[in-house]
Design a protein around this ligand. Structure first.
Ligand SMILES: [Zn+2]
Length: 84
């Protein structure tokens, strides 16, 4: 009986960990009102979002998705609509 070597390449998504930040001084945490000041670790302008090192997902329209699932509504008026 051959034992199939179950070599599963497990891709671990960067979920739940809020301490991705390795900056000095450390960036504001996700529950701080300064959270947007954290450094972006992934930037996807074509999709309209960036992931900050404190785990916050920052959207182009200034909306935010916090690591704990909390959604922050966009807080910057879209006065300047750049019509290309
Ligand atoms: Zn950081």
């Amino acid at each position: 009986m051959a034992i199939s070597s179950s070599r599963t390449t497990t891709f671990t998504p960067q979920r739940k960990t809020t301490s991705m930040c390795q900056h000095q001084p450390p960036c504001p945490s996700a529950d701080s009102s300064d959270r947007e000041a954290a450094h972006p670790v992934a930037h996807h302008p074509e999709q309209g979002w960036s992931l900050l090192c404190n785990g916050v997902l920052l959207f182009e329209d200034t909306g935010e998705l916090l690591p704990d699932g909390q959604v922050i509504a966009p807080h910057r008026p879209q006065a300047v609509a750049s019509v290309a």
